[in-house]
Design a protein around this ligand. Structure first.
Ligand code: F6R
Length: 615
């Protein structure tokens, strides 16, 4: 979703802004733009399409100056076009603003401003905010100290909705103002220079120090430093945090796409998720970040997991893990539903929100709704310092490293691994003996090696992907632990290949889906040797009887599956509760190689945003 990069320092802003925008490309966008201030005034450049188009325009008309703001837009109000791209300027043409979020009362503000003589040139809510701030600026006497900051504050008091903004004004040429409510904004602190950005990946090449701004914070940067004030409080505190990854972590390295790199990073990502969290001595998991003592954890008798997309699929696998291993009832729900339905939660319910980015608007809304009701909410997040991580009562960091590919991969397997740790922890407080706990630990510790074994089949998976790439529809089937994996496999396929794909619990076939089976509709069947293997074999027979091609994921040496499936991807032998972490990986590769065969933009699929920061 939209990305902001702003710079105030001693260097030329333009190349830093363009590089920052490239670093934010993964968030998803349809147009981009920048505004730079120098002695000659404010210069704005905007282009629909890829950042390359903006860079090409900037090569012809370079914007010189050491103060600038820039933006990648993901359209909400108004189609993608040069006109609707950010930055937007005010009525005087001296103020420029970039904005992430949605100004909900923009229509009434616009109406009022029009009656006061303002004219608008775009269809966006953002342009209204630029005019509103500009209007307040004009009304303040020219010698008002912190005039731009005051104008921003006055305007934001009139605004309903969400925003992360960066603003500059020609009459305050050494000042950059940022503010946030509901949309992320980070201040990067360099040597003699400062940055504002939607996330740290835009600034990590220049600094390892950041301030993660809170809702209602206003940050004012000038040549002497910065200060943080608050729209709602007398004074705002801030904390300077160390950015927990380096530029190299966010580069593609030798891989052609981020997605492939991140798929291959999974042995390491899973190692990071379990490092220091398994106690052989106590045969349990150690998760200090939950901020709950043993008595409090023992008091939980229901768990609710809420998230979106891939993170919800990880929660669905997590439901099986916790229910089977710890015998605690677990419910999963779309965060977008949970936040608006009146879900009964009693005092012994623990709520988990799961989010790679930690910024997903629906998941954040669900977290806030649960906390407003007084419940304890724990987060499972990847991005350290993200809003969800900060607003949770505690939680578990994934430590998977930056995930840049729009399609989530390593975050899914890390989330499932963390649910396995939680299942172990809760299980050891209830029914599991020390030896059972030890056995679970030993199995979890095998994961990095077992993942390495599935990854070594990538050439075989590529050949299968090429064979089926022309399909217009695909079905994914799995049962119990593999149901969430089937959902996730189908989501990956549709996201990056645009092939229609659906995931189902295998036995649902007979209840309607069987009507879709024909010789052109492949079924991806996740069928490891587990407690429902025989049931799955019957379902595979039913598909074959109707000439449906079968791509099976089967345990090594399973000749019964090999005899009937058209193609087999082998899974190493593993217990059922760790198998989802392993079996999801061939499905990521299958989608990846299919997308490559179809010449799709793997890391930036159409219409998608990595971090969905609006509702
Ligand atoms: C799928 C995907 C999305 C995200 C969803 C939640 O590949 O990336 O479905 O999983 O938007 O995102 P986070 O985990 O950042 O809250």
């Amino acid at each position: 979703m939209c990305g902001i990069v702003a710079y105030l320092g001693e260097k030329e802003a333009q190349p830093l802004l363009l590089e920052g925008l490239r670093r934010l490309e993964y968030r998803g966008y349809d147009s981009s733009g920048m505004a730079v201030l120098n002695g000659g005034g404010l210069h704005v450049l905007k282009k629909v399409g890829r950042i390359q188009a903006l860079a090409a325009a900037a090569e012809i008309t370079p914007l010189h100056g050491s103060l600038g703001i820039s933006h990648t837009r993901w359209a909400t109000h108004g189609e993608p076009s040069d006109r609707n791209a950010h930055p937007h300027v005010d009525a005087t043409g001296k103020l420029a603003l970039v904005h992430n979020g949605v100004i909900e009362n923009y229509a009434s503000l616009k109406k009022r401003l029009i009656t006061e003589g303002h004219t608008f040139t775009s269809d966006t809510d953002t342009e209204v905010l630029a005019h509103l701030i500009g209007d307040h600026f004009q009304k303040l006497p020219a010698n008002t100290p912190s005039r731009l900051e005051r104008a921003v504050m006055a305007a934001l008091r009139e605004v309903q909705g969400t925003y992360g903004i960066a603003v500059i004004h020609q009459d305050e040429p050494g000042v950059l103002v940022g503010a946030r409510r509901g949309s992320p904004l980070v201040l990067g602190i360099g040597v003699g220079e400062h940055f504002l950005a939607s996330d740290v990946s835009a600034v990590v090449a220049y600094t390892q120090k950041a301030v993660y701004l809170n809702d209602y914070d206003i940050v004012t940067i000038d040549r002497n430093g910065f200060r943080v004030s608050s729209l709602t409080k007398q004074s705002a505190g801030f904390e300077i945090s160390a950015i927990d990854f380096h530029q190299a972590d966010a580069d593609k390295g030798e891989f052609p796409h981020y997605m492939l790199k991140e798929i291959f990073e999974q042995p390491q990502a899973i190692q990071n998720a379990i490092r220091g969290r398994l106690s052989h001595e106590d045969s349990t998991a150690v998760l200090g970040g939950l901020n709950m003592d043993a008595k409090e954890l023992r008091g939980i008798d229901r768990i609710l997991v809420t998230a979106c997309g891939t993170a919800l699929h990880a929660g669905i696998v997590g439901e099986h893990l916790i229910e089977s291993i710890a015998q605690i009832p677990v419910e999963t729900d779309f965060a977008s539903e949970f936040r608006y339905r009146n879900c009964p939660i009693d005092r012994r319910t623990l709520v988990f929100v799961v989010s790679q980015s930690g910024e997903t608007a629906d998941t954040l809304g669900a977290l806030r709704e649960a906390r407003r009701k007084g419940f304890r909410v724990l987060g499972i997040c990847n991005n350290v310092g993200s809003t969800i991580a900060r607003e949770s009562d505690g939680g578990v960091y994934m430590h998977a490293g930056p995930e840049i590919g729009v399609a989530a991969t390593k975050s899914f397997t890390s989330q499932v691994t963390i649910f396995a740790l939680l299942a172990l922890l809760f299980g050891r407080m209830r029914y599991l003996s020390a030896s059972q706990g030890r056995e679970i630990i030993e199995n979890i510790e095998k994961l990095p090696t077992l993942i390495g074994q599935v990854l070594s089949q990538s050439e075989r998976i590529k050949a299968i992907a090429n064979k089926y790439a022309k399909s217009s529809s695909m079905l994914y089937f799995g049962r119990l632990y593999q149901y969430g994996v089937a959902l996730e496999g189908a989501l990956k396929m549709k996201e990056i290949t645009y092939i229609h794909a659906e995931g189902y619990p295998a036995a649902e076939l007979k209840h309607g889906i069987i009507a879709l089976i024909d010789k052109n509709t492949p079924s991806v069947f996740i069928c490891p040797q587990d407690s429902v293997h025989d049931k799955n074999m019957s379902t595979i027979q039913e598909i074959k009887a109707r000439k449906g091609p079968i791509i099976a994921l089967a345990t090594e040496g399973d000749t019964s599956v090999e005899a009937i499936a058209d193609d087999v991807i082998w899974l190493p032998k593993a217990v059922d509760y760790i198998m989802p972490v392993i079996s999801s990986i061939p499905l990521q590769l299958l989608s990846y190689y299919t997308a490559v065969a179809l010449n799709r933009d793997v890391d930036k699929p159409r219409n998608l945003a990595k971090s969905v920061t609006v509702e």
